[in-house]
Design a protein around this ligand. Structure first.
Ligand SMILES: Cc1cc2nc3c(=O)[nH]c(=O)nc-3n(C[C@H](O)[C@H](O)[C@H](O)COP(=O)(O)OP(=O)(O)OC[C@H]3O[C@@H](n4cnc5c(N)ncnc54)[C@H](O)[C@@H]3O)c2cc1C
Length: 481
């Protein structure tokens, strides 16, 4: 008798290549029914910008699956209920899925597994979202790591498994279940469409991910070690984070491509190892999220539990969110985020430090804003990095290291190209004044068409006062770095 497998597509596995769950289903069953179930009760519902990505990546993946021979079925509802229905409709006896390491999802998958067992269905979970199973890397004492360098050393020693190719052909059963339309999942904004800038910046999906990687290897890899800190540079970094977030490309494929390039072209080896190490930070964030499921809400460092971060004045928080702080590098970063759904890493660190230290605002407000506005919003990397910048995370930047936005701006955006792109009202200021317009002579401001307080805001706070206040708050608690 011919067998049918139900393959559960998840919001982290939207690809054919190096997809162990899909490959096993294709190998072991005669027919395969790929299904994506949009479950809004899942832990931490997807943010707005990420939903835009999900919609388009699902469209792309549905095309690829149909071309391979098995069209995607879309459903909306509670995971277990919809799986039960699909099993009844298709007669599937096996269930394949990629394990989702998001805090809270283990229990959901366990419930699915339990239900399957009770109903005589084989449920098989595979890795694929990460280079390693987060619980497989352990210290000598058998504990999770809390410091990055030894963690990454242990990873490299273990070495990730090799990626596997996409199945050549899939075969759908005759009794394919009905599908909802993609629009029915409600992933795109209703009412005002704020996604124009995001759509103009990104092309979600598997083919686009590989195209972007090919281009980066040509144009950016050689200079990565230096260029990665300069936000104005087009190809300074890979910009693969949303593709990795949604599984449009697998980390193992990326890691292996970089290893191959390094072996073939020694001049690119340093850049390749550096990108691999950044992928290591992604692994580390997931390692932390699995060890500390409340990463998004609770400081890792216990001594920060009672830290006196402020509940922000809503007007101040809005100035930060909308890029109206009066500090050009911060405003450029926050506007890049709002317009394109992404922000350069160097600038993420500067704006996060400003919120958590200069504004002394609870970092969770910043984390939540990023969660809703980033196309790469990630349940591990976002809270782990916020905690890192705020000083309360694992292996964190010490609290007293407070980024000076003006110095950072002069160092990493010396000619002001990044600021000019996102804060066009400052475009005519000379380089010497673009990082700190409020110190520019009146004549320079006038000649550049800048009227402080009218065309561009005055600084929302006095930095030396804010810095002293942050350090006092830190000292007062008697914490040590
Ligand atoms: C406050 C703050 C919040 C962040 N939130 C997120 C988030 O929600 N999602 C997210 O993917 N990254 C997040 N990051 C990490 C980092 O900024 C982005 O991964 C990076 O900017 C993505 O650009 P890229 O793909 O060009 O990176 P590249 O420099 O090309 O790096 C390659 C890949 O390595 C990984 N990576 C690089 N740096 C980090 C890092 N510090 N932590 C974890 N992974 C890393 C990413 O997957 C990235 O795509 C955050 C950083 C900060 C400071």
């Amino acid at each position: 008798m011919l067998t049918t497998a139900l393959y559960l597509v998840t919001a982290q596995s939207l690809r054919l290549d190096d997809n162990p769950a899909l490959a096993a289903a294709a190998r072991e069953a005669d027919h395969i029914v790929p299904a994506y179930i949009h479950d809004e009760t899942r832990p931490r519902p997807t943010g707005g910008a990420a939903k835009w990505w999900l919609h388009h990546a699902l469209a792309d993946h549905a095309r690829d699956l149909a071309r391979a021979g098995a069209p995607l079925v879309l459903r909306h509802g509670a995971l277990l209920t919809e799986v039960e229905k699909l099993v009844a409709e298709t007669g599937a006896r096996t269930l394949y899925l990629q394990h989702d390491p998001t805090p809270g999802m283990h229990a959901v998958e366990d419930a699915l597994h339990h239900w399957a067992e009770e109903n005589g269905i084989v449920c098989r979970r595979f890795g694929g979202h990460l280079l390693f199973d987060p619980v497989e890397i352990r210290t000598g004492a058998g504990k999770p790591y809390s410091v990055f360098t030894p963690f990454w050393r242990a990873c490299i020693e273990l070495g990730p498994r090799a990626p596997i190719p996409a199945p050549e052909k899939l075969s759908a059963p005759d009794n394919m279940p009905a599908t909802l339309s993609l629009d029915a999942l409600g992933l795109l904004p209703r009412g005002v469409d704020w996604t124009g800038g995001i759509a103009a910046t990104w092309e979600p999906g598997e083919t686009a991910a590989h195209k972007r990687l090919d281009h980066f290897i040509e144009a950016g890899l050689r200079g990565y070690g230096h260029d990665r800190d300069f936000p104005a540079l087009e190809d300074g970094t890979t910009t693969l984070s949303p593709y990795l977030r949604f599984g449009n490309i697998s980390p193992r494929r990326l890691f292996a491509r970089l290893a191959d390039i390094a072996a073939m072209e020694p001049a690119l080896a340093q850049g390749a190892a550096h990108v691999q190490r950044e992928l290591g930070w992604r692994e580390f964030c997931w390692h932390l999220a699995v060890a500390k499921p409340d990463l998004a809400t609770r400081p890792i460092r216990e001594d920060f539990t009672a830290f006196p971060w402020h509940e922000p004045d809503p007007a101040d928080l809005k100035r930060w969110q909308r890029g109206q702080t009066g500090f050009p590098i911060i405003d450029a970063g926050m506007r890049q985020l709002w317009q394109t759904g992404w922000m350069h890493n160097r600038v993420r660190m500067i704006v996060a430090s400003f919120l958590a230290k200069d504004m002394l605002t609870d970092w969770r407000h910043g984390e939540a804003w990023f969660w809703d506005t980033l196309v790469d919003a990630d349940a591990a990397s976002n809270p782990a990095n916020w905690q890192w910048v705020a000083g309360c995370g694992a292996d964190a930047a010490p609290f007293f290291r407070i980024f000076n936005p003006t110095l950072q701006s002069a160092k990493f955006d010396g000619t002001g190209d990044y600021i000019r792109r996102f804060v066009p009202e400052l475009a005519n200021l000379p380089d010497a004044h673009i990082h700190e317009p409020h110190t520019a002579p009146a004549g320079v401001l006038h000649a550049s068409g800048v009227a402080l307080g009218r065309t561009y805001p005055l600084p929302m706070l006095d930095r030396s006062m804010a810095r002293a206040r942050a350090l006092d708050a830190y000292q007062a608690r008697g914490t040590t770095p």
